[in-house]
Unconditional design. Structure first.
Length: 290
């Protein structure tokens, strides 16, 4: 009797699948838009697009984000076989030990590039890399804490541009808040979508601890806080175009919340996760109106 075919140690297709290139492009695009439209120039009066530190910062963020996806799939492989078996890479397109080696190497490279930008950025990237590992290892299986961690790191990806350049802090914080809340809702929606596999493997996410209906109520509370926070900061900035853009976006957001209210199937929550990405992209594009 023949042994089943062993999975390859590494495949390029498997690597590209596990790092979610479309999400990495979104992160890089968000940072580039933040720098160009919200920062504009360095303290020396030079365009940020001529500053190589910006590109090093983006590369560092993208590498660490990709590494975070890899370690997340490493720890979640059994859960993913239940929730989305067709998307599993580990054990099919890449061996577990190769994933861990790549994760470690990419973390070291990402942190070192952050240090080249500035010691402060290096320290932030180190903390971010640690939190991504901790999330995948432990926090993801806890109610709300894991969601909060990932959402905070998403907001940090935008805020770190302001931290480095120390310009347009309030505007950048507005977009960091936007990214934080949209991603927080998306992470909880993903937990609802994945509750079958999570329950089977002992996770204590919000839908498992509180139930389906109460978790949706949590999302509505977060949505209210999101709108309140965006309104507060937008009034503080007092930029007419920002009012206009977020006013138009609010119609899309209301439709999004109606869909959440009506959703009751796995396919519905998959669709909502995709819509939340579109909301994120539209928010990023609004930077061009300022």
């Amino acid at each position: 009797m023949k042994n089943p075919k062993a999975s390859p140690v590494f495949t390029f297709g498997g690597f590209m699948k596990i790092i979610r290139p479309e999400n990495l492009l979104m992160v890089a695009f968000a940072q580039l838009m933040t720098a160009f439209f919200l920062v504009g120039t360095t303290n020396k009066g030079v365009s940020v697009l001529q500053d190589y530190h910006l590109y090093l910062l983006i590369i560092s963020t993208v590498i660490l984000t990709a590494s975070g996806y890899m370690i997340n799939d490493y720890y979640d492989v059994k859960i993913d076989y239940v929730n989305r078996p067709q998307a599993v890479v580990i054990g099919k397109g890449m061996k577990r030990r190769m994933v861990m080696i790549l994760h470690t190497v990419m973390n070291v490279v990402g942190i070192l590039i952050g240090l080249l930008v500035h010691p402060k950025i290096g320290a932030i990237t180190f903390v971010a890399a640690f939190l991504l590992w901790l999330y995948s290892n432990t926090l993801k299986r806890l109610p709300f804490i894991g969601n909060l961690t990932v959402a905070s790191l998403t907001g940090l990806a935008i805020w770190i541009v302001g931290i480095y350049y120390q310009k347009s802090e309030l505007l950048i914080i507005t977009y960091a808040i936007f990214a934080f809340f949209i991603n927080l809702m998306r992470e909880i929606l993903k937990d609802i979508e994945d509750r079958n596999g999570d329950r089977k493997h002992g996770c204590k996410t919000l839908p498992i601890v509180l139930g389906f209906r109460k978790t949706k109520n949590i999302i509505f509370i977060i949505a209210f806080l999101f709108v309140a926070a965006i309104l507060f900061v937008t009034f503080k900035i007092n930029e007419p175009l920002l009012f206009l853009y977020f006013g138009g976006l609010s119609l899309f957001f209301i439709a999004f919340m109606v869909k959440i209210y009506k959703a009751d199937r796995k396919s519905h929550f998959s669709e909502l996760s995709t819509i939340s990405k579109i909301l994120m992209l539209t928010g990023i594009l609004s930077m061009g109106f300022l």
